[in-house]
Each structure stands twice: as C-alpha cells, then as structure tokens.
Design a protein. Sequence first.
Lengths: 504, 174, 819
Amino acid sequence: MFQVPTIADLNLGLTLPALSLALGACVLLLLDLFVPRERKEITAWLAMAGIAVSFVLNLAGFNESGTAFLGTFAADQFTGFLNIVILITAFLGVLLSLDYLKRAKIERGEYYVLLLLSAAGMMFMSSANDLIVVFIALELLSIPLYIMATFRAPDLKSEESGMKYFILGAFAGAFFVYGAALVYGATGTTNLPEIFAAVNGIIAAGGSQMFLLLMGTGLILVGLGFKVAVVPFHMWTPDVYEGAPTPVTAFMSVGAKAGGFAGLLRIMVVALPVFVLKDGQTAAAWQQTFWLVAAATLILGNIVAIAQTNVKRMLAYSSIAHAGYIMMAVAAAGTAGVANEATRAALLYLMAYMFTNLGAFGIALAIEKDDGSDTGVDNFIGLAKSKPALAAMMTVFMLSLTGIPLTGGFVGKWFVFKSALDAGLVPLAIIGVLTSVISAFYYVRIIVNMYLKDGEGDPAAGATRYVNWAIYVAFAGTLLMGIFPWIATNLSDTVVLAVEMFVR
Amino acid sequence: MLELNVQTLAFFVFALFVLGGGLGVITTRNLVHGTLYLILSLFGVAGFFVLLSAPFLAVVQVLVYIGAIAILIVFAVMLTRSMTSLHEVVNRQWVLSTIVAVLLFVMLTVTIILPVWGQDGSLAGQPVSEVVATTTDLGKALVDGNQYVLPFEVASLLLTAAMIGAIVIARDDE
Amino acid sequence: MENLPQLVPLVVFIPLVGMIINLLWGARLGEQWAGWIGSGAAILSFLVSFLLLTYLTGSNYQSVVVNPPFLDGWLSIGSINLEIPWQQRVDTLSVTMMLVVTGVGSLIHIYAIGYMHGDERFPRFFAFLNMFLVFMLILVTGNNFLMMFVGWEGVGLCSYLLIGFWFDKAKGVGWKNSLAARKAMILNRIGDFGMLMGIFLIFWTFGTLDYYKPGEIANVEYQEHLVAQLTGEHGEAAAPAEGEHGATTTEGEAAAPAAEGEHTEAPVAEGEHGEAAAPAAEGEHAVGPAIPEYVNNDHIATDQLGVFGKAQRMLEDGAEVNFGVVSLPIETVLVLITLFLLLGATGKSAQIPLFVWLPDAMAGPTPVSALIHAATMVTAGVYMMVRSNVLYHNAETTSLVVALIGATTALAAGYIAIGQWDIKRVLAYSTISQLGFMVAAVGIGAYGAAMFHLVTHAFFKALLFLGSGSVIHGVEHGHHDVSHGHDHHHDHDFDPQDMRNMGGLRNKMPITFLTYLVGTLALAGIWPFAGFWSKDEILADAWLSNTAGGYVVLAMLVIAAAFTAFYMWRQIEMVFFGKPRTEAAEHAHESTPAMLWPLVILAFFALLAGFYNVPANAGPFTIFGFFEWLFGGAHSFTVFLEPSVAYAHAGEFQGGIAAVALILALGAILLARRVYGDNKSVTADNTDPLYVNPATRQIWSLANARLYWDETYNRLLEQPFNAIGNFLAHTLDWTFWHDYVHEKVVGRGFNALGDLLSSPVDLGIIDGIVNGLGRLVSWLAGGLRRIQTGYVRTYAITLLLGVVLVIIILLLPMLQSGS
C-alpha cells in the first residue's frame, strides 16, 4: 500500500546535524561559483561556518535519541559523540588546509565541498542503522577522500596516492557489499536491530545459515578494516598518507578511522553481539578474529614504524598501530556485558587520537616545504631552537601518542586496556602494553631530534596563523583530555550502544 | 533435484556468458577485445536478472552498463590507442593470485551452498519469487514507508561528490 | 593545627609556580632572579613540609588524606565503577619523604646558583629542577598508585631532560650526553612496563588503587596501643600507662562497635574532610591530642578499603582472584604484583638487572646527579616498596628475590667502584651499591631500616656529589687559568672529572675537603657518623631475620661495606692527598659561598642524622645510653614511621655485628691508605697501583671494565634485538609483504640484511636500530619506488590473502564444532 511518509514519520529533527552538513556542502558548491579565484579563503570560512552550524545542532540534540527515516537512521549519544569527533576533525582539517593549499598552489573551492561531503559521509556512517546505509555512507566518505588525495596532481606521488587508494578502496568496498549480502541472505533483513532479532533464531536452529552469517561478518570486517587500516588490510596506508597533501592525510587519518570504527561498532555491537556458535557462550563468534587482527595490527604497526624516516610514513604506521588499539576495544565489545564499556573506550580513544594526531600532522605540515618536500624525521632536528613553542607542543603530541599520563593518549589507552581486561582478553592487553612501550622508540626519536641534536632548526614557514590555531586547539584538547578526562568521560558515559539482552 | 527445463537451460547459457566473458577479459591482450568480453559478461548478468523476475533491473543493466559504461570504456580505449594491446607480461604473481583466488572461491562456494544442500538443507527447495517486481514497486520502495529513502538521498550526494571529483581531476588549470 | 594538612597541595603547587615563572619569563628575569625564584620555591615547599611535620607530632601521627581543591574526582567514571581520586596523603612516611626531597632539594638549588653560574640556559635548568620537585612530590604525596605512576613518569622525564641538559657540548661530548639520557629513558621504560603491569594487576585484584581510603588505619597495632595509652591517661590519670595495657585494650575494643553504629558511612564517604581519623568530638579534654575514634578497620566494609587493607582482608579470607581463564589464590597474585613492582623499582632505583643507566646518567650537571641520581629520584623505588610493605610482607618469594637482588647489587657495584677513574662515576656506583643496601633491607622485611638508610644516604651522598662538583669546578677553573696563562694551551682532552688529574687539593680547597671527609666517613659507616647507624640497622635486621637468605644477605652486605670504605678512601687519597698531578690541580681554588654553605649544612646532617634512630642497649656505641637520652629515645625514627608503615619494626642492636662491620671498614680504610697513601695513588704510567701489582691486576681490571656488564647487555640483548628488528621491518614488511615475488629485490634485500648483520652494530640502543634500519629502509624505498606501478596488485593480493585468513580463522571453530 503506497503511503507518502509524512515529515513526522521521517523524524527529521534527529537527522539535522548530518543533513545540515550535507546541505551545507551543496550550498557551498553553489556559493563557490561567486567567490573570486584569488579569494578562496572565503569558501573555507563558509565551510567552517557550515561545520559550526552542524556542531551546534549536534550539541543541541546530543541527548535525544531515536530512529529516523523509518529505522534506517539512528541518532543517539554514540552518534552525538562521534559527530563531535568528526566535526572537530573537519574543522581543523579546513584550518590546516587554508594556507597549505595556497602555498602548494592547488587552491580550489571544490576542495572544501569535498571535505564537507566526506565529513557528512562519516556522520551518516556514525548513525547508520542499516547495512545499505552503512555501505552508501562508506562510499560517500571515501570517494571525496580519493579525490582529495590526488589534489596535488599533476604531482606524481599525489596522483599515485589517490589512484592506489581508489583501486584498493573499491576492491575492499566490494567485499563489504558481498558481506552485507550474505548477512541479508542469512537473516532476511538489512536493518541492524532486525538482524539482531534474527540472529537468535539462527542460533536456536543451529542451521548452516550460521556459515552465511560468519562469512558475512568476515567480509564486513574486511571492508571496514580496510578503511580503518588494520593488518592485513593496511598496505595502502603508508603510500597514500605519504603521497596525499598533508592536510588531507591529517583529515583522513582521523576521519576515515572514526567513520570506519563507527560502522564496525554499530554492526558488531548492535546487530551481532549475540552471535555465538553454541548456545550459552558469552563471547561473540567474531571476537577471536578481531582479537587476532588487533594483535597483528599492534605488533606490525608499532615495529615497522620504528624503521620509518619520513614523518608522514611514520605517522601512517603509527595510525595503523592506533587502529590496533581501537580494534582491541572492538574485540572487547564481543564479550557479553562489556560491550558498552568497550564502546566508550573506543570512542574516548578516538577522541584522544583525533586531537593528538591532528596536532602532530599540523606540525609536520608546518615544517613541510611548498613543494611537499622536507617531511623527514631528520627535518625535526633543532626545532627546539628555531621554534620552541612548536617543539614543545610536538613533544606533548608524541608523549600522548606514546600514552604518557597527563595526556589524552594515556586516558584513551587506560580505558581500552581496562575494557580488554574486563572482557577477559588478558594476552591482548599485555600485547597492547608491550607494543606501546615499543612505540616509545619512534615517538621519542622525534623529541630527541628536536631537543638533543645539533642542527639549524627548520624555520617552519608553514606555521602560518591558521595552522597555528589548529595546532593550538589540538594541543589544548590533548592536554585537557589528559588532565581533566572527566570532561570527555562524562560525555561518553551516556553512550549506550548495546542492548543488554543476553537472555536467550 | 535439478529439473531440465527452459529456465535451467537459460541459466546455464547465461552462466556461460558471464564466466566466459570474465575469463576473456582477464586473458586477452587486446583491450578492445577485452571490452567486448566485458559486454558479454554484463549481458549474462542482465539475463540472470530476468530469470530472477526482475525485468526492470535487467533493462537497466543493459542500458547503463552496456549502453553507457562499456561504450565509454570502448571510447576511452580507442582514444588512447597506444595501449590497446599489451605485449609484455607484467604480472608475475599470477601463480599466487590463482591459489588465493581458488581458495577464496572454494570457501565462498562452500559457505553459500551448505545452507542449501548442506547438512540440514535449510534453504533448499525455496522457489524463486514468483512476484515480478515492477518499476512502480521499485519507485515506491525508494520513497515509500519502506526503508530506502535515506540511502537514495545519500547516494545522490555520493554521485555529486564523484562528479565534482571527475571534473576536478580532469580539468586543466587555465 | 587541625587544618594544617590542608596545606599539602601547596607542597606541589609552589614548585609548580616556580617552574612556570622560570619557564616563561626566566630568560628575561636574569640569572639572579631565576635562581632565587627556583630556590625560593624549594625552600617554601620545605617550610610547608615542616609545618606538616609539626601537625603530625601534635596529633599522635594520625594520617590524613587531603582532597586538593579543583581536582576532586580526577578519574571517576560512575558507570564502570572506576574511581581514582586525586588525593594527597599526609602521614609519617610521606612527610619524611617530603622533608628529604624539599630539604636536600633546597640546598641543592642554592648550590646550583653557584654551580650553574654563566650557563646559557640557566633559567631553564631551574625550571627543570622545579619541575622535578613537582613530580617527585606528586610521587610521594599521592594516595594511590596512579598518582605514584604520574610522578614516576614525570621524574623520569625530568631525569631525561636533565641528563641531556648539556646536549650541545662541543667535540661529541654533547652527543654522548644525549645518548646517556636516552639510555636512562629506555631502561626506565622497561621498568615502567613492570610498574604498569603491577598497577593493572592491583586494580584487577582489588578494584581500587588507593593505598588507604580516608579514615582507614594503616597500622592497627599502633592505633590500639595509642588509644589504650590515651584512654589510660585520660580516664585514670594516676595509673601508669604500661600497666593498664591489657585492660584498656579491651575497653577500646568495646568502644569501637558502639561508635560503629552511629557513623559507619560518614568518615568514608566524605572526602571533603578526610581527617576522620582525628575527629574533634572525642577530644573533650583540651589537654593533649584527641583520641582516635577507631582502633581498627573492622567498621569499614571490604569494598570500601584501600589496596592494603583489602589485601589483608583477602589474605584472612583466603580469597581467590579470577582472571577469566584461571583463578589464583591471593598469595600467588601478591607475588606476581610485587614482582612486577620490583621490576619497576629495579629500573628507577638502578638495581640489577637495569642499573647500567645510572653511571652514564652522571653526564648531567652535578647538582642533578646529587638531587635526582643520588638523593631523591632513585630512592623512589625503595619508597614504593616501603609504601607497599603490606604486599611485600605477604609475598615471601618476592621478598627473597628482593633481598638477593639488593645484596648482589650492593656487592657488584661496590666492587666496580674500585676500578673507576671518574670522580662522579665512583660516586654513581657507590649510589647503586647503597641503593642495594636499602633494597636488601626491604627484602629482609626491615622497612624502617630501609627508610632510615634512605634518609641518611640522601644527606651524605648529596654532600659527596656536591663536594665532587665543587672539586670539578675548582679543577676546571684551575685549568682555565692555566691555559690562559700559557701560550700553548693543551686544551685537547683535559677531563676535569678524571681523578688522575687531581691530587693535593686538601690545601687548595679546605672546606670542600673537610666536608668531603665527613661524607666519606659517613658513607664508610664509621662511628658515630650517620652511615654507621643506618647501615648497622640493616645488618642487624639481616642477622635477626634468622633465615638462610638473611645470612647470605648479611655476608654480602658486610663485604660490600668493606668495599665501600676502600673505594671511598681511595678517592680521598687520589683527590685530596698527595701532590697535585696537573697544573690545573695546582691552580685550583675554593668555590663560592653559595656552593660551600650547602656543603657545610649537609655535612652537619651527615654527622647528626644518624642519632635520631640510635638503637637501645647499644652499650659503648651510644656511650651507654647517652645518645638515647640526648636525642629523645631509641629508634625514634622507626617509631615515627610505624603509624604509616605497618611492618616497620625496629631490630635489636647487635653489638658483635656492629663491631665486625666497623673493624672491617676501618681495616679497609687502612688498607686503602697503604695502597694509595703517600703520594702513590697514581703510578708513573698513569694507572692504579693495584693494576701494577701482578697479584691484584686481574681483580682491578675486572672492576675497571665494570664486570663487562654493559658489553654483555650489548651482546645478549641489543644485538639480537637489532637483528629481530631488522628482520621484522625488513623481511616481514618490506620483502615478504610488499614484494616477495620480485626476486631481484629479495636478493638485494637479503644481501643488505646480511651486510648489516655481519657488520658490528655497536651503537646506542635506539641508534643501532634506527640508523641501521633507517639506512636500509630508505635505500630499499628508493629502489622500490622505481617499480611502483607493480605495487597496487601486490597490495590487492595481500588484501585477498587477508580475506582468506580472516575467513579461515572465523570458520575454524565452526568447523570444529560441526564435526
């Protein structure tokens, strides 16, 4: 029976943050036509205004939860929290890009439109309540990133970076769709809560549809694992991060991870938490795989990072390693009763990682030359002399990435390790602690270069006003989270993703 | 279990199209031929849609994939003549690729076939939907109290982004 | 008086302000101001600590937990029951540490004004010193393990910054300094791993990290005794306190349950006024301090107890700890926890196996060596173990390990010190050795003795370091004068820290000499200097422990003590006696008053500090009780510690052992005098007399080579680690993952790997990996970039491999359960 849905049915109020950003992107595309070529910073300011509007709307609706668009869109505190992360990332991304694009002579209004669209994709991802929406949001967040990665064209590295990202991304995306199709085959629905309901029936029947569900879960992990760069789907990361323009790298290193993990958490925690192989088990069937992936990611990412001489490459492996830590929390979410705690840990980790990583990339960007050269680890030598403030902030970022107390990184690690322990994943927590000790090697190396090695010191010509602002914000965020973690934890405490329903 | 009727026969013919076309695409050295094989393969998929009682999708498949995309590829290949045929074998990892692909194929097949013919055959014997999905049905599904409004809208954004990207990449700076 | 403990946040806050001022405006303020702001902050902080001490003495040593303003609920997440408040603890143990840290710290700050004079980063130095105080005081005042860890990491950071403070010295010295800093950082990270694991285990086991919750009583025995005494005084004024013991104890116990009914929750829940241990209500009589309300912790529910209280409860109940897969009895868990914490202590307190960083840490300016690497930071490990005495006391296995590690370290480091030439290196090994004494004391359960030695050691070792700084300063200036006087300056390779370049300084620097002598005698354990009392206390406790382990430890420590006397006197002979061996030593002159005053004050304490814990019945050693009478009772320091350290008992004096130790020490001094005295401390060919004598040549060479410890680490750990790192980074990621089908690259890569492995990798720990790998990888990356087009499909196939792996892992359990 055909029925025109009313506005009330769509529950538009809940979708405002994401919709307003998407709408903002479209409006920006039009307005950009009227912005003269040499004054593209106006476009950037408009983009930031759009982000700000969405941010305010998101805060206003933070505590409202419900579903919109007839069940395909879920808005809750999980969404709200992630939207904060995504919007701050986008905002800082624009700030970092402003002068960089000018310097590199690749300034175009479309850049900001693409950035907004990608951010909108991430936001849709964080509230997707349906496998189809997850897939489309995944593509919406990816495609602008592919283009932004090549934005430096005809620079070969940049073109290569975007091309690789695109081909491999499409490859991984196909796996996701296949996985979603298999899950649909097993359960007969793509709606996450409905899948949750159907899974119980499948387990009760004990039928071989379990195979479909398992396979589907695995392929979904592949598709999203690629986006968040976990081993063994990480190969693209260093090349793409190195080749893409630095602000784009910064934006995607945080944004794509936020989006990817949002999808993973939603699907695994909302739809598949009770998916066990035998009745009465307390850990979901996918936990073991996630655990192994997390362990492999931690070990490979941290160890290979030691060998890097290019800062962008080093941060790429570092971001792989950090994906491992978040993956640890996702794995922990597979244990009955720990799901909510682990989800919060993952969110907190993402937030800490966002501030720290954006700051670190901001500083890498500041010492980068106009032609994209000079991003070696050695270019940090003597920075403490030429730019003491930048060096001090870089030190804090590096310490935070290592996970030293009083920085955001420590808070994130603390919660992630704790949730892993609570979930009974003791070996994984030990691997986490050990690898974070290893990670000190390459982070401290930057500090050593800045403070203890003799050198001219880079003039850091890229540290223009807006870049500095972005770094300050990241710095303040890192410290705030480290010293007053309750600000973030109060926010995350309201996040309830898992339906605590383990009675079968 | 398997009755030999027109439908079954058609299925195998289309399957031959799809697989043969696919094999042709990856083995031929001539890009134009490759494109033609691709068209064959896509045509086979359209045939499947017909068998699955989705005529609209079949038509769209032919129109969009064969009529638009494949033809575009042909044009692209023609315009860049220098690479219409490849003489060197650059792929040195085909052995490994074959092994991995076969492994994956076996696993996927097993998992998907098991529920149908497996231990309990829980999905066996379910008939293909007899209801023919019409254009109206599809159209409604996209805006109806069904669940595809949002994906539909987001997809439009996605296409916008892709279009912008295409222009940005292709456009020369004047 | 009641509110005095609320001042404790100031102890941390004042140096913080000092640090910020110096960091932001130090350069503009100039040397004078920067120096005095830094020192002033330390002194003020010391005064506050002193006020806290007066509070404790006035309130029967009742511990107080303070919630600093603005910081409550530091880490507090209701939903997962995580509660780690930022609370500071005022009890006798923490106040002792505060006094040592700020007291010695103040003197060293003042000294540094003279020592660092003219340094281009003078204000930054003081900012770092103040920062160190901040973290060290967080470490000692915190009321939970996480705060301890924050301080722990913080002091590590300061240590790192200060060791590498002169990273820009010319002629490669700066590079060596930063290498030393890095070495310290990395070895401490290993320790930190133990610390973190220990803390995680504690949290897992006890669900809290607080030592004691507000209102909890640390030493129940002491509290019972105290209440008995106080009620005895108040109730029946005439009755002698001793005689009433039995009766009043039962009375006190009877009173406790009555009180329990009324305020069970109040003192626990209210963090605001945490000094519940001394509620004013009870003290109706204005005379004398209030009688504590409770004599034990029975009124507190188990889940409201801190770590130590809970540990005791769990031990009583024989509880098991569930780790998901296995569950272990609480005793075993305690052993695990304490072993992990011990690993942390061996890092920070420079014990075997992690001690090798401390000698290199002498690369830092001398005030840093004195403050951080002798008096305070390195004792953090000892403090941590004394603080956790409840855990260690109940983990016998660990205690044995601790005792053996401590004693072995004491012996080995004492031996190595004999063969060193660098004046500060001798002192560094001496510090390691003395820390070994303290750790051994912890191991045999003598927590009071460990703290006592910590305090006296802080005085005399700081004194010795500052004295050596004064000597170095003098020689350096002498050298400066000389090379200006002559035309041909032999500037190259003059090392002002090499004792071969000294000699005969006793006349040039009389005050330095005298104070140095006091420090030496104290360290050597000569009666009646401070070191005698504290070292003897440890030896006596080792004897009294009455176990085979205790006797072994005793034997090792006695020998180590003899070594101590020997190498210290060797140093005295080389530096101060004989004739000047260089022109620089000839022209050395005494240091400035800012440097001398701290020496004099510290010498005063090195002489006197020991008397505050003289044993009872020590016959001639205390001049038949005269010292006891003079300094207010026997073992007053141990008694002072008892309220906060549950197992700090005072051992009985062992006259025989004291005599043996004293005779051995004197004998060692005489021996050293015979070997090195009369101007033959350095032979003609510039080596040690022991080396020249064939009988002792091997012994000395081995000590000089530092027992080949560093080399062994290099061979056993560093090189394999480099090899593994190379293998993982190169083979696994680059070769295997990226491009293993490209035979050419594989071939080339393995060649490079072979080259790298066969060439001796003999660089610093990080450096070896980083440089070697860096070169290799950048070379490889350069080579691979040319065939970049082949990449995507390699990535794709890896992804595909990943897919297959993931699916296999997912399906495996299913297949198993299916079959």
